[in-house]
Design a protein around this ligand. Sequence first.
Ligand SMILES: C[S@@+](CC[C@H](N)C(=O)[O-])C[C@H]1O[C@@H](n2cnc3c(N)ncnc32)[C@H](O)[C@@H]1O
Length: 284
Amino acid sequence: MLSYQHGYHAGNFADVHKHVVLTLILAYLRRKPGPLSVLDFYAGRGRYDLHSAQAAKTGEAATGIMRVLDQPWPALLDDYRDALMSVNKGVAKGTLARYPGSPLIARHAGGDEVRLTCCELHPMEFSVLAELFRPITSKPRPRVQLHRRDAFDAMIAMLPPTPRRGLAILDPSYELRDDYSAMAKALTQALKRWSTGVYLLWYPLLPDARHERMLRSIRAVAPGDTLQSELVVRKSGAGMHGSGLLVINPPYVLAEQLASLESWFATLSDLPTGQGAAGGLFAR
Ligand SMILES: C[S@@+](CC[C@H](N)C(=O)[O-])C[C@H]1O[C@@H](n2cnc3c(N)ncnc32)[C@H](O)[C@@H]1O
Protein backbone atom coordinates (compact mmCIF):
# COMPACT_ATOMS: atom_id res chain seq x y z
CA MET A 1 0.00 0.00 0.00
CA LEU A 2 1.55 3.27 -1.11
CA SER A 3 -0.77 6.23 -0.87
CA TYR A 4 1.66 8.91 0.29
CA GLN A 5 2.63 11.48 -2.32
CA HIS A 6 5.21 14.07 -1.41
CA GLY A 7 3.65 16.65 -3.77
CA TYR A 8 1.23 17.57 -0.95
CA HIS A 9 4.11 18.44 1.36
CA ALA A 10 6.98 19.62 -0.86
CA GLY A 11 8.72 22.72 0.43
CA ASN A 12 7.17 22.47 3.91
CA PHE A 13 9.16 23.21 7.08
CA ALA A 14 10.31 19.59 7.31
CA ASP A 15 11.71 19.69 3.76
CA VAL A 16 13.59 22.90 4.53
CA HIS A 17 15.06 21.37 7.71
CA LYS A 18 16.03 18.08 6.04
CA HIS A 19 17.39 19.60 2.84
CA VAL A 20 19.50 22.24 4.59
CA VAL A 21 21.13 19.49 6.66
CA LEU A 22 21.59 17.40 3.50
CA THR A 23 23.52 20.21 1.82
CA LEU A 24 25.66 20.82 4.93
CA ILE A 25 26.64 17.14 5.11
CA LEU A 26 27.50 17.05 1.40
CA ALA A 27 29.55 20.24 1.64
CA TYR A 28 31.55 18.62 4.43
CA LEU A 29 32.08 15.36 2.52
CA ARG A 30 33.19 17.35 -0.52
CA ARG A 31 36.03 18.93 1.45
CA LYS A 32 38.03 15.79 0.74
CA PRO A 33 38.57 15.33 -3.00
CA GLY A 34 37.45 12.10 -4.65
CA PRO A 35 34.24 10.28 -5.52
CA LEU A 36 31.33 10.03 -3.12
CA SER A 37 28.37 7.66 -2.92
CA VAL A 38 24.96 9.10 -2.17
CA LEU A 39 22.14 6.58 -1.71
CA ASP A 40 18.72 8.19 -1.60
CA PHE A 41 16.54 5.28 -0.50
CA TYR A 42 13.21 7.16 -0.51
CA ALA A 43 13.80 9.47 -3.45
CA GLY A 44 10.32 10.70 -4.40
CA ARG A 45 9.79 12.28 -7.82
CA GLY A 46 12.81 14.59 -7.69
CA ARG A 47 11.09 17.92 -8.39
CA TYR A 48 7.74 19.36 -7.32
CA ASP A 49 5.41 21.88 -8.91
CA LEU A 50 4.41 24.39 -6.24
CA HIS A 51 1.38 25.43 -8.33
CA SER A 52 0.02 21.88 -8.60
CA ALA A 53 -3.41 20.93 -7.25
CA GLN A 54 -1.67 18.85 -4.56
CA ALA A 55 0.47 21.77 -3.36
CA ALA A 56 -2.52 24.15 -3.48
CA LYS A 57 -4.64 21.77 -1.42
CA THR A 58 -2.35 21.85 1.64
CA GLY A 59 -0.53 25.17 1.14
CA GLU A 60 2.39 23.72 3.12
CA ALA A 61 5.10 25.51 1.14
CA ALA A 62 3.58 28.83 2.25
CA THR A 63 4.52 28.06 5.88
CA GLY A 64 7.80 26.45 4.81
CA ILE A 65 10.15 27.62 2.10
CA MET A 66 8.07 30.73 1.22
CA ARG A 67 8.44 32.01 4.80
CA VAL A 68 12.22 32.13 4.69
CA LEU A 69 12.48 33.49 1.16
CA ASP A 70 12.64 37.13 2.26
CA GLN A 71 15.02 36.47 5.17
CA PRO A 72 18.74 37.16 4.95
CA TRP A 73 20.37 33.83 4.08
CA PRO A 74 23.72 33.08 5.78
CA ALA A 75 26.53 31.89 3.47
CA LEU A 76 26.21 28.38 4.96
CA LEU A 77 22.98 28.08 2.99
CA ASP A 78 24.52 28.86 -0.40
CA ASP A 79 24.32 25.27 -1.67
CA TYR A 80 20.69 24.94 -0.60
CA ARG A 81 19.78 28.28 -2.20
CA ASP A 82 21.60 27.34 -5.43
CA ALA A 83 19.71 24.03 -5.63
CA LEU A 84 16.44 25.90 -5.10
CA MET A 85 17.26 28.49 -7.73
CA SER A 86 18.39 25.83 -10.24
CA VAL A 87 14.75 24.68 -10.59
CA ASN A 88 13.37 28.23 -10.62
CA LYS A 89 15.27 29.82 -13.48
CA GLY A 90 13.28 32.62 -15.08
CA VAL A 91 10.83 32.78 -12.16
CA ALA A 92 10.17 36.30 -10.78
CA LYS A 93 12.32 37.27 -7.79
CA GLY A 94 10.70 36.67 -4.40
CA THR A 95 8.58 33.77 -5.62
CA LEU A 96 9.03 30.10 -6.51
CA ALA A 97 7.35 27.84 -9.05
CA ARG A 98 9.10 24.58 -8.20
CA TYR A 99 10.80 22.88 -5.26
CA PRO A 100 13.72 20.46 -5.72
CA GLY A 101 13.54 16.99 -4.14
CA SER A 102 16.41 15.23 -2.42
CA PRO A 103 17.84 13.58 -5.60
CA LEU A 104 18.24 16.94 -7.36
CA ILE A 105 19.60 18.60 -4.22
CA ALA A 106 22.11 15.78 -3.76
CA ARG A 107 23.27 16.08 -7.38
CA HIS A 108 23.54 19.81 -7.06
CA ALA A 109 25.25 20.03 -3.67
CA GLY A 110 27.37 16.91 -4.12
CA GLY A 111 29.12 18.17 -7.22
CA ASP A 112 30.61 16.16 -10.08
CA GLU A 113 32.09 13.51 -7.82
CA VAL A 114 28.74 12.18 -6.59
CA ARG A 115 27.60 8.69 -7.62
CA LEU A 116 23.89 8.92 -6.92
CA THR A 117 21.66 5.88 -6.42
CA CYS A 118 17.94 6.45 -5.91
CA CYS A 119 15.22 4.01 -4.87
CA GLU A 120 11.52 4.79 -5.16
CA LEU A 121 8.68 2.29 -4.96
CA HIS A 122 5.62 4.30 -6.03
CA PRO A 123 5.07 3.69 -9.78
CA MET A 124 3.99 7.23 -10.64
CA GLU A 125 6.66 8.90 -8.52
CA PHE A 126 9.27 6.60 -10.03
CA SER A 127 8.24 7.33 -13.61
CA VAL A 128 8.41 11.10 -13.04
CA LEU A 129 11.85 10.69 -11.44
CA ALA A 130 13.04 8.54 -14.36
CA GLU A 131 11.87 11.16 -16.85
CA LEU A 132 13.58 13.96 -14.91
CA PHE A 133 16.91 12.12 -14.92
CA ARG A 134 16.63 10.75 -18.48
CA PRO A 135 19.13 13.26 -19.92
CA ILE A 136 21.71 11.89 -17.47
CA THR A 137 20.78 8.20 -17.29
CA SER A 138 20.65 7.86 -21.09
CA LYS A 139 24.33 8.79 -21.36
CA PRO A 140 26.99 6.09 -21.36
CA ARG A 141 28.30 5.33 -17.84
CA PRO A 142 25.91 7.68 -16.04
CA ARG A 143 26.66 8.65 -12.45
CA VAL A 144 23.03 8.25 -11.52
CA GLN A 145 21.20 4.95 -11.04
CA LEU A 146 17.47 4.70 -10.41
CA HIS A 147 15.74 1.64 -9.00
CA ARG A 148 12.07 1.00 -8.56
CA ARG A 149 12.50 -1.13 -5.49
CA ASP A 150 11.80 -1.39 -1.80
CA ALA A 151 14.12 0.67 0.37
CA PHE A 152 14.26 -1.86 3.20
CA ASP A 153 15.55 -4.54 0.79
CA ALA A 154 17.86 -2.09 -0.95
CA MET A 155 19.47 -1.02 2.35
CA ILE A 156 20.73 -4.58 2.70
CA ALA A 157 21.44 -5.36 -0.95
CA MET A 158 23.19 -2.11 -1.92
CA LEU A 159 25.43 -1.57 1.09
CA PRO A 160 28.31 -1.05 1.35
CA PRO A 161 28.47 1.16 -1.73
CA THR A 162 31.40 1.79 -4.02
CA PRO A 163 33.06 4.15 -3.29
CA ARG A 164 32.67 3.62 0.43
CA ARG A 165 32.81 7.27 1.41
CA GLY A 166 29.38 8.81 1.36
CA LEU A 167 25.88 9.31 2.63
CA ALA A 168 22.61 7.37 2.89
CA ILE A 169 19.41 9.43 2.97
CA LEU A 170 16.49 7.74 4.74
CA ASP A 171 13.28 9.69 4.34
CA PRO A 172 10.36 7.27 4.69
CA SER A 173 6.74 8.35 4.59
CA TYR A 174 5.92 6.35 7.79
CA GLU A 175 2.55 5.31 6.37
CA LEU A 176 2.43 2.22 8.54
CA ARG A 177 3.00 2.18 12.29
CA ASP A 178 5.39 -0.74 11.75
CA ASP A 179 7.64 1.43 9.58
CA TYR A 180 9.38 2.69 12.73
CA SER A 181 10.42 -0.75 13.94
CA ALA A 182 11.17 -1.87 10.36
CA MET A 183 13.51 1.11 9.96
CA ALA A 184 15.33 0.32 13.22
CA LYS A 185 15.77 -3.27 12.05
CA ALA A 186 16.94 -2.36 8.54
CA LEU A 187 19.37 0.25 9.87
CA THR A 188 20.83 -2.27 12.30
CA GLN A 189 21.62 -4.51 9.33
CA ALA A 190 22.83 -1.61 7.20
CA LEU A 191 25.26 -0.45 9.91
CA LYS A 192 26.77 -3.92 10.11
CA ARG A 193 27.52 -3.70 6.40
CA TRP A 194 28.55 -0.06 6.21
CA SER A 195 29.59 1.28 9.60
CA THR A 196 31.58 4.24 8.27
CA GLY A 197 28.84 5.82 6.15
CA VAL A 198 27.00 8.97 7.14
CA TYR A 199 23.26 8.28 7.54
CA LEU A 200 20.60 11.01 7.51
CA LEU A 201 17.28 9.74 8.90
CA TRP A 202 14.17 11.92 8.96
CA TYR A 203 11.22 11.37 11.33
CA PRO A 204 8.07 13.37 12.18
CA LEU A 205 7.39 14.78 15.65
CA LEU A 206 3.92 13.51 16.54
CA PRO A 207 1.97 13.81 19.82
CA ASP A 208 2.64 10.20 20.81
CA ALA A 209 6.40 10.55 20.15
CA ARG A 210 6.45 7.22 18.37
CA HIS A 211 9.91 7.96 16.97
CA GLU A 212 11.54 7.67 20.40
CA ARG A 213 11.66 3.91 20.57
CA MET A 214 13.08 3.75 17.03
CA LEU A 215 15.84 6.21 17.94
CA ARG A 216 16.72 4.31 21.12
CA SER A 217 17.16 1.09 19.12
CA ILE A 218 19.27 2.80 16.47
CA ARG A 219 21.49 4.59 19.00
CA ALA A 220 22.14 1.30 20.75
CA VAL A 221 23.74 -0.13 17.59
CA ALA A 222 25.30 3.03 16.10
CA PRO A 223 29.05 2.50 15.83
CA GLY A 224 30.01 6.08 16.76
CA ASP A 225 28.53 9.50 17.24
CA THR A 226 24.97 10.47 16.43
CA LEU A 227 23.46 13.95 16.20
CA GLN A 228 19.79 14.68 16.67
CA SER A 229 18.28 17.88 15.34
CA GLU A 230 14.65 18.85 15.85
CA LEU A 231 12.69 21.76 14.49
CA VAL A 232 9.52 22.40 16.50
CA VAL A 233 7.06 24.69 14.74
CA ARG A 234 3.90 24.49 16.85
CA LYS A 235 2.59 23.15 20.14
CA SER A 236 2.04 19.41 20.21
CA GLY A 237 -1.62 18.72 19.43
CA ALA A 238 -3.15 17.04 16.40
CA GLY A 239 -0.81 16.09 13.57
CA MET A 240 2.87 16.79 13.04
CA HIS A 241 4.29 19.59 15.18
CA GLY A 242 7.90 19.31 14.16
CA SER A 243 10.61 17.68 12.09
CA GLY A 244 13.37 15.45 13.40
CA LEU A 245 16.67 14.28 11.99
CA LEU A 246 19.09 11.71 13.29
CA VAL A 247 22.54 11.83 11.72
CA ILE A 248 24.77 8.81 12.29
CA ASN A 249 28.51 9.54 11.95
CA PRO A 250 27.81 13.27 11.58
CA PRO A 251 30.43 15.73 10.33
CA TYR A 252 32.07 17.19 13.43
CA VAL A 253 31.13 20.72 12.29
CA LEU A 254 27.41 20.03 11.93
CA ALA A 255 26.20 20.79 15.49
CA GLU A 256 27.96 24.14 15.45
CA GLN A 257 26.64 24.97 11.98
CA LEU A 258 23.07 24.21 13.06
CA ALA A 259 23.48 26.35 16.18
CA SER A 260 24.51 29.26 13.96
CA LEU A 261 21.36 28.79 11.84
CA GLU A 262 18.96 28.77 14.79
CA SER A 263 17.45 32.20 14.21
CA TRP A 264 17.03 31.50 10.48
CA PHE A 265 15.13 28.29 11.28
CA ALA A 266 13.07 30.06 13.96
CA THR A 267 11.27 31.92 11.13
CA LEU A 268 9.59 28.59 10.35
CA SER A 269 8.18 28.24 13.85
CA ASP A 270 4.87 29.65 15.10
CA LEU A 271 6.14 29.41 18.67
CA PRO A 272 7.70 32.45 20.30
CA THR A 273 11.49 32.43 20.16
CA GLY A 274 13.53 32.35 23.34
CA GLN A 275 11.82 29.19 24.57
CA GLY A 276 14.86 27.05 23.94
CA ALA A 277 13.96 23.75 22.36
CA ALA A 278 10.30 24.69 22.13
CA GLY A 279 10.82 27.75 19.94
CA GLY A 280 12.74 26.43 16.99
CA LEU A 281 15.73 24.23 16.34
CA PHE A 282 17.86 22.26 18.70
CA ALA A 283 20.65 19.80 18.18
CA ARG A 284 22.17 17.39 20.66
C1 LIG B 1 8.92 11.70 2.13
S1 LIG B 1 8.88 11.10 0.51
C2 LIG B 1 10.48 11.37 -0.10
C3 LIG B 1 10.87 12.79 -0.37
C4 LIG B 1 12.28 12.94 -0.89
N1 LIG B 1 13.23 12.20 -0.08
C5 LIG B 1 12.68 14.40 -0.89
O1 LIG B 1 13.25 14.86 0.12
O2 LIG B 1 12.47 15.07 -1.89
C6 LIG B 1 8.92 9.37 0.73
C7 LIG B 1 8.94 8.58 -0.56
O3 LIG B 1 9.23 7.22 -0.25
C8 LIG B 1 8.45 6.39 -1.11
N2 LIG B 1 8.37 5.10 -0.42
C9 LIG B 1 7.53 4.73 0.59
N3 LIG B 1 7.82 3.48 1.01
C10 LIG B 1 8.88 3.06 0.28
C11 LIG B 1 9.67 1.87 0.27
N4 LIG B 1 9.41 0.85 1.11
N5 LIG B 1 10.70 1.79 -0.59
C12 LIG B 1 10.99 2.82 -1.45
N6 LIG B 1 10.26 3.96 -1.50
C13 LIG B 1 9.22 4.08 -0.64
C14 LIG B 1 7.15 7.12 -1.27
O4 LIG B 1 6.51 6.72 -2.46
C15 LIG B 1 7.62 8.58 -1.30
O5 LIG B 1 7.83 9.02 -2.62
